[in-house]
Design a protein around this ligand. Structure first.
Ligand code: PMP
Length: 429
């Protein structure tokens, strides 16, 4: 059923490293060949072999309204006809900025970039520049893009000065990255005892890059408290959770406010976008107002702004969408859990708004190390079998899944029925 994709993958491998432009797409952790996508439509993806899949990835989050939403498509086409990029200010940027900042009490200004990586990298520079400190605290299993100082995940042990997790990143560039375990308060406290040079904590308040593992309220409160006490800034990386966990992302369902928020793919509704936002005091340090340099030729690209604006307007006009998405996410994971239990398979599930995760393990993982103990082989078999039956899940247990408005209850029920059959065969995995 994947004949054309197998051929396409071989050809791609000749000219693109590993055949893909972003590693996770290569299906390394589940095996097999990634289907090459021809088009998307609503809840569905269609590959070049003619297979159709219910898409639970939705471009890794951005497509809240599914593929080819008519309103977003219209806004994009209207904008495209006026030119693709100007490298000069447009009204669309201000309009999207106004729509976003008006939603939050703690942010007054936002700057648009072109990816989540740029957003977090710039937010860190801003935090360092504002506090005049060098160290940053990051947590194992949280992904903040692939900039040098954030590419540190390996090893546990707080205040281990981070060692890079990729060749090509000099240790000198990660020595200011202090690594702590997610949801581990005592490690975090120790980190602040050992360094008086901490500029910021950066955290995914709802981690979606080690499966779905939300931070506890207690842990986030401690992050806030330690930042206040030591003059550090708290950065919530909402590149994935922004506009997904709720209209205001994780910030909308927590009582804790960050100093800097980073956004990404979701505000572009499928176009390449990122952004970082903070109070006017913090943002006033940014060039050209202040001295901290940050720039981008395609930043605030009009087509991306138009897509984001239309998507956000639709979401704001109908906040009930979130109730519906979240009900569907719960229906899906509860159904999966039920058929897993029926088939004697241990499965842990979680949702936050339209984000969901499931783990083949006995107890709910609270951090990266615990996620590492899940049954990855079982996940891989489950993934492959579901794909064959027309259900496209994220191709790694370290990734979250997403519901879009075009996914119906019927599709979810069919998915659960299929999962029931697939799980019967998983016992010996
Ligand atoms: N932060 C988070 C929380 C993310 O999930 C991602 C991407 N998955 C990034 C940052 C990096 O974004 P991008 O891939 O657009 O550079």
């Amino acid at each position: 059923m994947f004949k054309k994709s197998i051929k396409a993958y071989k050809e791609a491998c000749e000219v693109i490293p590993g055949g893909v432009d972003s590693p996770v797409r290569a299906f390394k952790s589940v095996g097999g060949t990634p289907p090459f996508i021809k088009k998307g439509e609503g809840a569905y993806l269609f590959d070049i072999d003619g297979n159709a899949y219910v898409d639970f990835v939705q471009s890794w989050g951005p497509l809240i309204f599914g593929h080819c939403d008519k309103d977003i498509e219209k806004a994009v086409i209207k904008t495209v006809k006026k030119g693709l990029s100007f490298g000069a200010p447009t009204l669309l940027e201000t309009e999207l900025a106004q729509e976003i900042v008006s939603m939050y009490k703690n942010i007054d200004k936002i700057r648009f970039v072109s990816s989540g990586t740029e957003a977090t990298m710039s937010a860190i520079r801003l935090a360092r520049g504002v506090t005049n400190k060098n160290d940053i605290v990051k947590f194992e299993g949280c992904y903040h893009g692939h900039s040098d100082s954030l590419l540190v995940q390996a090893g546990s042990g707080m205040a281990t000065f981070g060692s890079p997790s990729s060749p090509g990143v000099p240790a000198d560039l990660t020595k200011h990255t202090l690594l702590c375990e997610y949801n581990n308060i005592s490690q975090l406290e120790k980190c602040f005892e050992e360094s008086s040079d901490i500029a910021c904590i950066i955290i995914e308040p709802i981690a979606g890059n080690m499966g779905l593992v939300p931070a506890t309220n207690e842990f986030l409160e401690k992050c806030r408290e330690l930042c206040n006490k030591h003059g550090a800034l708290l950065i919530f990386d909402e590149v994935m959770s922004g506009f997904r966990a709720s209209l205001k992302g994780a910030s909308g369902i927590l009582n804790i406010q960050a100093d800097i928020l980073t956004f990404g793919k979701v505000i572009g509704a499928g176009m390449p976008v990122g952004a970082f936002a903070a109070s006017k005091e913090i943002m006033s340090h940014l060039s050209p107002e202040g001295k901290i340099y940050q720039a981008g030729t395609l930043s605030g690209n009009p087509v991306a702004m138009a897509a984001g604006l239309e998507s956000l307007k639709k979401l704001k006009a109908n906040p009930k969408i979130y109730e519906d998405l979240s009900k569907k996410a719960i229906k899906l994971v509860n159904g999966l859990k039920e058929v897993a239990t029926k088939n004697g398979i241990a499965l842990q599930v979680n949702t936050r708004g339209s984000m969901f995760g499931f783990f083949f393990c006995e107890e709910e993982p609270k951090n990266f190390k615990e996620v590492g103990k899940c049954n990855f082989e079982r996940f891989a078999t489950f993934h492959r079998e579901m794909l064959k039956h027309g259900f496209y899940f994220a191709c790694s247990q370290y990734e979250a899944g997403f519901i879009c408005t075009k996914i119906t209850n019927k599709m979810i029920e069919n998915c659960i029925k299929t999962a029931d059959k697939v799980m019967k065969g998983l016992k010996n995995n």
